[in-house]
Design a binder for this molecule. Structure first.
Ligand code: ASP
Ligand code: MG
Length: 416
């Protein structure tokens, strides 16, 4: 029988009532003839609570025990979902990650999936079981310890199962009804997309559109898993939600399909560093060693052998970055006159695979920002994305202006 993966996020399993609603959807797909693998998150708020307990034990906790604790929320929902399905006469049972076994690396709290053997679950499907309910977010390390995949990791569990079992589709049930052109809380004209390409979703996910864990999209792209995001709170047709799929499956597309933003950015400038070979390595080596996630970088034109180096990083890493730079200066590896941090900036990006074949997107973006008198501090581009750093107080305005300028409220008219 064809296999379908259905993943339910925390809000979709927050109460027994909601678990029942989710189970009914699963029951319908079983009636449609699918063997279903259900991946569940912990009940909404549960994982945060568990993380809080661990934090209270002290600052230097054992990461293996952290995983043992925070993975447990999913065990509860997996069992409850199986019980609810059984109650509805659907043959189901639950599996914790280690029982599958979902094999991962030993990187506790950020483990990577290495393999998902299918024989255990397939044997049960062969015996007439129709639903395997699997606890998301967790696995087992080569050392036999419980691991977790990082916050939001059950999306990745779901996609990995879809790939391993050759599922027809991976449906991600969540509390929004799909992927939007931008955040509807910021731009009221934001429109739900029927389809979005993997590459675009990847940019939007990593740029802070928190619908899907970034790694789940990477995995879906690599294994060409059809991923659908849809609401578990609405009744809908088979065409509902947003399908995240390969570019070739998208017939009509705008040049720009999404606008992402990230509020928690900071801009750091090292004033007057020596303009010499190796200076970038001398700066960004220590930053990387200190765990600073540098995003955008600009180096100015040098004058009299000296230049300014500017980079952006998350606001809460500015202190760490400043310390790394001051330490490097004390060690004599770099020299700068001043370190200036601007912690009130935001990043706004336009994303679209159509940019590959259409010129003028950058010019249009800059013109739209000029119309609103918004000053651009840093610009970076990639094949399908243009990002700017601006004052945080203009972020909403910028998102709205760009959404209007690129006509994202209108359904795509042509192929790109
Ligand atoms: N429960 C985990 C978390 O809150 C994993 C997930 O829901 O995806 O991060
Ligand atoms: Mg999630």
């Amino acid at each position: 029988m064809p296999v379908l993966v259905m993943k339910f996020g925390g809000t979709s399993v927050a109460t027994l009532d909601r678990i029942r609603r989710a189970a009914k959807r699963v029951g319908r797909e079983v009636a449609n003839g699918y063997d279903v693998i259900v991946i569940v998150s912990a009940m909404a708020g549960e994982t945060n609570k568990l993380v809080g307990f661990v934090d209270e034990t002290g600052p230097f906790f054992d990461a293996r025990e952290y995983d043992a604790v925070v993975s447990s929320g999913e065990n509860v929902t997996a069992g409850l979902m199986a019980l609810t399905l059984q109650e509805m006469d659907v043959p189901a049972r639950s599996w914790q990650g280690w029982q599958v076994p979902l094999l991962t690396s030993s990187a506790h709290s950020a483990a990577r999936i290495e393999e998902i053997p299918t024989d255990n679950i397939n044997a049960k499907f062969g015996e007439g079981m129709r639903v395997a309910v699997v606890a998301g977010f967790q696995g087992i390390s080569p050392e036999g310890r419980i691991t977790t995949l990082g916050r939001g990791g059950s999306d990745t569990t779901a996609v990995a199962f879809a790939a391993a079992f050759g599922a027809e589709r991976c449906d991600i049930y969540t509390d929004v009804d799909g992927v939007y052109t931008t955040d509807p809380r910021i731009a009221e004209k934001a429109r739900k997309l029927d389809r979005i390409a993997f590459e675009e979703m990847l940019e939007l996910a990593s740029l802070g559109a928190k619908v899907l864990q970034t790694r789940s999209v990477e995995l879906a792209m690599r294994y060409n898993v059809k991923l659908r995001v849809l609401s578990s709170f609405e009744e809908h047709s088979d065409e509902a939600g947003t399908l995240v799929c390969a570019e070739e499956e998208i017939m009509e597309s705008n040049v720009v399909n999404g606008i992402a933003y990230s509020r928690d950015e900071a801009k750091v400038t090292l004033v007057s560093v020596a303009d010499r070979p190796g200076i970038a390595a001398a700066i960004f080596g220590p930053l990387s060693d200190a765990g600073v996630n540098v995003d955008m970088i600009i180096q100015n034109i040098a004058e009299e052998g000296r230049t300014d180096m500017t980079f952006s990083c998350p606001t809460n890493q500015v202190d760490r970055a400043a310390k790394a730079m001051t330490d490097a200066k004390e060690r004599g590896e770099i020299n700068f006159h001043d370190l200036v941090a601007d912690e009130a900036v935001a990043k706004v990006s336009v994303v679209g695979i159509g940019m590959r074949s259409h010129a003028g997107v950058a010019a249009q973006m800059f013109a739209a920002l000029r119309e609103e008198n918004i000053n651009i501090k840093v610009i970076t581009t990639s094949e399908i994305k243009i990002s700017v750093l601006i004052d945080r107080k203009y972020m909403e305005l910028a998102v709205q202006a760009l959404h209007d300028s690129f006509g994202l409220d209108k359904v795509a008219q042509g192929a790109v």
